[in-house]
Design a protein around this ligand. Structure first.
Ligand SMILES: [Zn+2]
Length: 466
């Protein structure tokens, strides 16, 4: 490097050493550009030293002007390196009194300045970099004093737009703990950045059509605290998240939709949960032709019924010394397609037996065939046959599910028209797993909901710059 060669010459004299120290502190990489040769004469040493400092300072200011994308009327007034605490402070100023109102964009004069504020910017090498400026306020005829829009940060932020953008990108990829440690941010700062990103993204959403939605409940932590999620099943994103799983929880969602969006909904995948159904019937036009009970939720009811039959039967068999059902719980719950060959063979013997559990299992398989039909008429005939079998099976848990399904059949059969389920949205589910996995740092439900929007909302969260 050029300056290393020069340093050799400089070390010959006291002035050279001094200049070298000064240049190093200012991170000047090329002496020659600063008129090194002309300073070799010792007599003009002091003047050259001052000149070098001034020129280096100019270079820093120009560098920061370019890095920050600062344009007239703003300029970099001063760059200050605080080596002891590893910080660079960039002081900004302006030379104009001609501004536009932050509210209406009309040209106005300067009213006054707000007290100096600080913004954390992207680090310069290892140095934490902080911008300083006093935001001007305009004197708008219509709106009165208003703070102008600043080119490097959004209103109210403690970070520059570029810093927020960086933090957002990292938060998408890494845990909050990792981002906090790497970017030296507190939890509060992380949550603030996330919250601002989400509200920015939600503000930018347009009233585009959403054909298929899924309404799902999610348990928050381990307690009986629930959230209601509304998903866009086609785009695999969370449209809405709110507290609880009551009728009024879902009521809040409809208010976020434009009229055309509401009318454009073709079908809704939902669990057989009356609170949601009430809200749907109240708000969604022709709701009953659009409600599709989630097929996996129905499968879950049938699986629970098998389990109840098996538990009861196992007790009876054990009392007689028959251990056939002992330790078989998971075999009955699993899909045989996912079993190993030997497990499959063992289970085949059980499911072909005359055990009640085997009958319950067969009932579930038959019930789920309902969803393979193309024609509604044939599906209804199949259900009639199945319902008759289930209610005469003398298996109480199965009889109960059969009754429930009969009551709900109209909205189970809608699946043939609109084959949608909440489980279909894999991208949402895997991201939700990630949110839950990193949920340790959530001190409250609000932060958790923000994180759901952040990771699963499909939002454009980039900060706006001007
Ligand atoms: Zn105005």
């Amino acid at each position: 490097m050029e300056w290393v060669a020069c340093a050799g010459e400089a070390s010959q004299g006291a002035l050279g050493a001094r200049l070298l120290r000064c240049a190093t502190a200012l991170r000047v990489t090329s002496f020659r550009r600063f008129g090194w040769e002309s300073t070799m004469g010792a007599k003009r040493g002091f003047a050259s030293h001052v000149c070098l400092e001034k020129m280096a300072d100019m270079q820093d200011r120009e560098l920061y002007r370019q890095i920050l994308g600062i344009e007239s009327p703003w300029f970099v007034e001063r760059v200050e390196l605080q080596q002891e605490n590893g910080e660079i402070h960039v002081h900004l100023n302006h030379d104009s009194s001609d501004w536009v109102c932050g509210e209406c964009g009309k040209r106005c004069g300067l009213y006054d300045h707000q007290p100096e504020r600080r913004w954390r910017h992207l680090d310069t090498c290892q140095y934490r970099t902080i911008l300083h400026a006093s935001p001007p306020r305009t004197d708008c005829d219509e709106h009165g004093p208003r703070v102008v829009k600043l080119p490097w940060a959004e209103p109210g932020g403690r970070f520059t737009a570029l810093f927020e953008a960086l933090a957002i990108e990292w938060l998408k990829q890494a845990s909050k703990a990792a981002v906090a440690a790497q970017l030296k941010l507190s939890w509060d700062e992380i949550h603030t950045i996330q919250r601002r990103a989400v509200s920015r993204g939600l503000r930018r959403r347009t009233a585009e059509p959403v054909r298929y939605i899924g309404i799902d409940e999610k348990a928050y932590k381990t307690g009986h605290v629930y959230l209601t999620l509304v998903n866009d099943l086609e785009k695999g994103r969370v449209l809405f998240v709110t507290e609880d799983r009551e009728e009024k929880s879902l009521d809040r969602f409809w208010l976020t939709l434009a009229r055309e969006q509401l009318e454009g909904i073709e079908a809704v995948a939902v669990d057989m949960w009356d609170a949601y159904l009430n809200s749907l019937r109240k708000h969604l036009p022709n709701a009953d032709t659009k409600i599709v009970f989630d097929k996996f939720h129905i499968a879950q009811h049938l699986t629970d019924a098998i389990d109840r039959v098996r538990r009861k039967e196992n007790k009876v068999l054990l009392a007689e010394g028959d251990k056939r059902l002992k330790g078989t719980r998971w075999n009955w719950l699993k899909n045989p397609a996912n079993m190993t060959l030997s497990a499959k063979r063992e289970f085949a013997e059980l499911k072909n037996s005359t055990l009640k559990s085997a009958r319950a299992w067969a009932l579930k398989q038959a019930a789920m065939r309902l969803f393979d039909y193309q024609s509604e008429t044939w599906a209804r005939k199949h259900f009639q046959w199945w319902h008759n079998w289930a209610t005469h099976s003398r298996l109480e848990p199965m009889r109960k599910v059969a009754q429930m399904m009969k009551r709900r059949l109209d909205n189970i059969i809608t699946y043939l028209q609109h084959p949608i389920t909440n489980a279909g949205s894999e991208s949402i589910n895997s991201k939700l797993q990630w949110v839950k996995y990193t949920a340790r740092g959530f001190r409250n439900k609000q932060n958790f909901m923000t994180a759901i929007y952040f990771h699963c909302g499909g939002l454009d969260m980039r900060p706006a710059t001007h």
